[in-house]
Design a protein around this ligand. Structure first.
Ligand code: FEC
Length: 309
């Protein structure tokens, strides 16, 4: 058949160069310009990871690879890929407009983040629906979460086993595995947000697959705002583990899929520096990036949602 399905692949977005950091940060803060100190602090973090985040390139590679897999099995559907970013152009709304211009009538929308929150995934969906209203279509089926997709769990299990292999067999049962995701303002708890439960259940599933019972969860990268954020923060957990005599830790930042600032700086620079200071050997699991095993997980999710029509 000639069925054409648009695929709206949404991600956070990152500045393409240091000159774009202010405009990007202002968008994240919903139009409020950051104070000069906050801006400089963010520029310093980008500089510490080489001046620019690899996120744009990785997202492009993911979308290309996903399109190749989706269109490679001759299921009679042609999938057209669209990239929409949350905080930098091309924005989610721009991608929706492009779909309309291309004559796309039905689409699947998903976000490159596994867990659902009213303060994360729901915001992407709102942006897309704003575009749908403004430009007149298409009809979009949204993937709200994919944190328990079996191929995703397999892919994470593989990376967790690799990380654990950096420790001797004798050490391994004592290695504390910490699954981390982006913190959110604590007020999500009052809204009965599913995010904390989804973090817990997917962490449990991955730990179980890897046969590792010594694990916990922690939050990372809390925003620099006055309101309280979900804790415990990963840095506090590392300090506490060191005090209790734990020498070996694996951090699995499974709330993210790519090597970007929140991983390359917050874990690889900030958390590593603290680990060194308190005498912990810290290994991070590899990110999924554009690896085939991960893209197959996403392709499965997209096909399932496309079949809903
Ligand atoms: O450039 C890069 O490589 C980094 C990209 C990046 C990703 C990312 C993921 C998530 N965020 C989430 C929530 C928030 C909330 C605030 C917030 C602030 C920032 C700032 C930068 C930033 N985030 Fe982000 N986040 C990335 C980058 N994020 C830069 C601003 C400086 C700072 O506070 O550190 C707070 C907003 C406010 O101030 O009011 C809330 C969530 C995710 C994971 C899900 C997703 O990918 O969408 C949730 C990648």
């Amino acid at each position: 058949s000639n069925r054409i399905v648009g695929v709206l692949a949404m991600d956070y977005g990152t500045p393409r160069n240091l000159d774009q950091v202010e405009e990007y940060y202002t968008h994240i803060r919903r139009g409020r310009k950051p104070e000069p100190e906050l801006l400089q602090d963010l520029i310093d973090r980008y500089q510490a990871i080489g001046g620019v985040s690899p996120l744009n390139k990785i997202t492009d590679d993911q979308i290309e690879g996903l399109g190749r897999i989706l269109n490679g099995n001759g299921d009679g559907v042609t999938y057209r890929m669209y990239s929409g970013k949350k905080h930098i152009a091309p924005f989610v709304e721009d991608a929706v407009r492009q779909m309309v211009e291309d004559g796309i009538r039905e689409a699947v929308g998903f976000v490159f983040a596994p867990h659902y929150s009213t303060m994360s995934i729901a915001k992407y969906i709102e942006a897309a629906e704003k575009g749908v209203e403004q430009y007149g279509g298409p009809r979009i089926h949204y993937v709200r979460q994919w944190h328990l997709q079996p191929l995703y769990l397999d892919a994470m299990e593989r990376r967790l086993r690799d990380a654990l292999s950096h420790f001797s067999e004798a050490e391994r049962p004592g290695v504390k595995v910490l699954f981390t995701a982006h913190s959110l303002p604590e007020r999500i708890l009052k809204m009965n947000d599913p995010y904390p439960d989804q973090i817990r259940e997917s962490a449990a599933a991955i730990a179980q697959r890897a046969g590792h019972s010594n694990w916990g969860t922690a939050w990372q990268s809390a925003g620099r705002t006055p309101e309280p954020w979900l804790g415990p923060d990963i840095l506090d957990v590392l300090r506490e583990l060191a005090e209790q005599g734990t020498d070996n830790v694996v951090i699995c930042p499974f709330g993210f899929v790519a090597d970007h600032l929140e991983v390359l700086y917050d874990i690889d620079i900030e958390a590593q520096a603290l680990a060194k200071e308190v005498g912990i050997k810290l290994v991070r699991t590899a990110m999924l990036n554009a690896d085939e095993d991960f893209l197959r997980a996403l392709a499965t999710v997209v096909r399932q949602h496309a079949a809903k029509e």
